[in-house]
Design a binder for this molecule. Sequence first.
Ligand code: GLU
Length: 454
Amino acid sequence: MTTTDPAAPLVRFAPSPTGYLHLGNARPALLNALFARARGGRFLLRLDDTDRERSTQEFADAVETDLAWLGIVPDLRARQSDRAAIHDAAAERLKAAGRLYPCYETQEELERRRRRQLGRGQPPIYDRAALNLTEAERAALEAEGRKPHWRFKLEPRTVTWTDLVRGEAQVDCASLSDPVLIRADGTYLYTLPSVVDDADLRITHVIRGEDHVTNTGVQVQIFEALGYPVPVFGHHNLLTTADGEGLSKRLGHLSLRGLREAGYEPAAVRSLAVLTGSAEAVRAVASLDELAALVDLDHISRAPAKFDPHELDGLNARLIHAMPVEEVAERLGTLGVPDDVAEPFWLAVRANLAKVAEAGDWWRVVTGPVTPVITDPAFIATAAELLPAEPWDAETWKTWTGAVKARTGAKGKALFMPLRLALTGLEHGPDLAGLLPLIGRARVLERLTGGAEA
Ligand code: GLU
């Protein structure tokens, strides 16, 4: 049986299953997961699916798949749509306490009022006219067929908290409109269910993007109005493109599934998503543990986290160049590389790869057929004559080229390039010392002598 330290943090990542997760979502997902990991805590995946029309099971499944790809397996799971009764009970309590009040204005009425306020140089905050409605006026509006939406009555004060990223933080709730918590059709906006679930599920730390700072001011008042303990908050900066543009679900090419399909390693995506906009240089960090040791929330900068998607290519290549064969064995199998040569093959080619799938191209160079390029037939004929007998190993290339050099006097590029072109048909590629034993004597001889390859 595993026991969990009751003091250990419980964090949550709360996406709406209304689209695919993208690189920008990977940041809060990972910052939460790493925070929990570094402290022996737990990670809850909460699906914020109160928008029933736009939430789908397909997107919910994709969230799980994408998190698993990043290396995040939730310890706990919850879905807001299963928790309506708990949300309703909290809403009733707020109504009974006079903190949630019905309003009947239409969008047009609100817009007209807003323009009038702006015209007078006043801040466009909701004027709380609905609070002054008498019973009779309400009844008359309802008789007209109007359905109320419900606003939370903010206390006109400044809410302060110590933010894990931003330090002392505050929101002046006196300058905000009373937020609508329940729409006229009876559905909840995100604000209330999030508070109720965070409290009911005993979330200790709410780590999310800084686009939620104002929400936090409001939500702290809701926690307090409901008599719940207020969790610790941390608001991280948001990933933006180099020109400061935010990432949205519309940027399909930066969806996690898109990046996966494009052959990026999860560790490359993790490194970019977490280290950008932190005190640490963006570099290739292979494991979640290393990343957790490297980045904590107080290392996150307050400036926007600007990144260039092309950085992924460099990170990916660097990860692959140092990747142990165990991590790719399965993928090499699907590329047709037999298990017994997976390791020497991988060690021979990995330094030449930007994506793992490219190993398949080099495996075809090993097994052939290739079209040899013979630039100097006499030289190649001499090289064929000097080809050592098998068994071959990592030294064979050196032995062979040493003999060719001694016989022909060729050295450097003049020695190696004709051999590379004859053996691979290509000017560039992995170190031939590693590939030669894999190609094997029979195929090498065929390539050198222009014989047909099986
Ligand atoms: N569903 C909300 C969002 O995706 C969750 C925000 C939060 O973490 O509280 O923005």
